[in-house]
Design a protein around this ligand. Structure first.
Ligand code: SAM
Length: 264
């Protein structure tokens, strides 16, 4: 087994459920607040996934605006279109970040959360994003750097092996560390960089940690010498820590805001 995570029907549904927990919902509110959307604006969501943010974007720009979701996964597009039913300002397109099916200078705002870390050709993807932004247009990109993970374990060697394999679920598990020069090279002017930390200092089933740990368990099982039993054992050991009040998980989401400079 090899390759990054595939957003098939099962995975799309898992993301839809996990991204409605209080941790990711809170992150979404923070993203929305930072976008400062105005009624009537045209906004693009690159990798819109289950459409949770897209629906909020649509409500913020109103019926006179446009909220366009793009995603390469057909199951994600199907979930998002159900979620955004009845909102005429929403349009959904199936396609990839490296070939945006939109004209030059179309959007006032673009957002992309937890997507570019899956994209192998970032220079190409950012060139495309720059092309479709209006001069003065605002972008917000949020990604995880997996070096920021703090996850308590009693078997560090096993966990390090498992997390090394989990890194393979992304094209770049450390994208935030190099995103600034990439944005500048594409022509963007960076306006703000911040962290949104996710902290689960206790184990709860309805938490980001629980969702992501289950995702890791199922991704690594059967890869690079990790058996299903070993992956299950690792996940169970973390739940056991939770039952004893000894669980600890935190990770950072990195938020980059930038503009396509206005033409002078
Ligand atoms: C982890 S989900 C995030 C979904 C959504 N942005 C959110 O935060 O709720 C990643 C999404 O990116 C999409 N994706 C990955 N690579 C892509 C690419 N090259 N072009 C377009 N979409 C992509 C996947 O299909 C998936 O829906």
């Amino acid at each position: 087994m090899s390759g990054t995570l595939e957003f098939d029907e099962r995975q799309a549904r898992a993301v839809e459920i996990m991204y409605q927990n209080p941790d990711v919902s809170g992150q979404r509110s923070e993203v929305l607040r930072r976008l400062e959307l105005r009624q009537g604006e045209a906004v693009l969501d690159v990798g819109s996934g289950p459409g949770l943010l897209l629906r909020d974007l649509a409500l913020s720009v109103g019926a006179g605006g446009k909220a366009v979701g793009l995603d390469m996964s057909a199951p994600m597009i199907a979930i998002a279109s159900r979620r955004c039913e009845g909102l005429p300002q929403v349009a959904l397109r199936q396609g990839g970040a490296n070939e945006l099916p939109f004209g030059d200078m179309t959007f006032d705002v673009a957002v992309s959360t937890q997507v570019y870390e899956y994209v192998p050709d970032m220079a190409g993807a950012l060139a495309e994003l720059f092309r479709v932004m209006k001069p003065g247009g605002r972008i917000l990109i949020l990604d995880t750097d997996w070096d920021s993970l703090v996850l308590h374990t009693e078997d560090r060697a096993r966990q390090e092996r498992i997390l090394k394999i989990w890194d393979e679920h992304l094209a770049d598990p450390h994208l935030p560390a190099t995103l600034s020069p990439k944005l500048r090279a594409a022509g963007f002017q960076i306006t703000r960089r911040e962290i949104i930390p996710l902290l689960n200092a206790e184990y709860h089933a309805n938490s980001f940690a629980a969702g992501v740990l289950d995702g890791i368990r199922s991704f690594v099982a059967g890869r690079s010498g990790v058996s299903k039993e070993e992956a299950d054992g690792w996940a169970q050991s973390l739940r056991d820590l939770g039952a004893r009040g000894e669980f600890f998980f935190s990770i950072n989401r990195y938020v980059f805001q930038a503009i396509r400079p206005a033409i002078k």
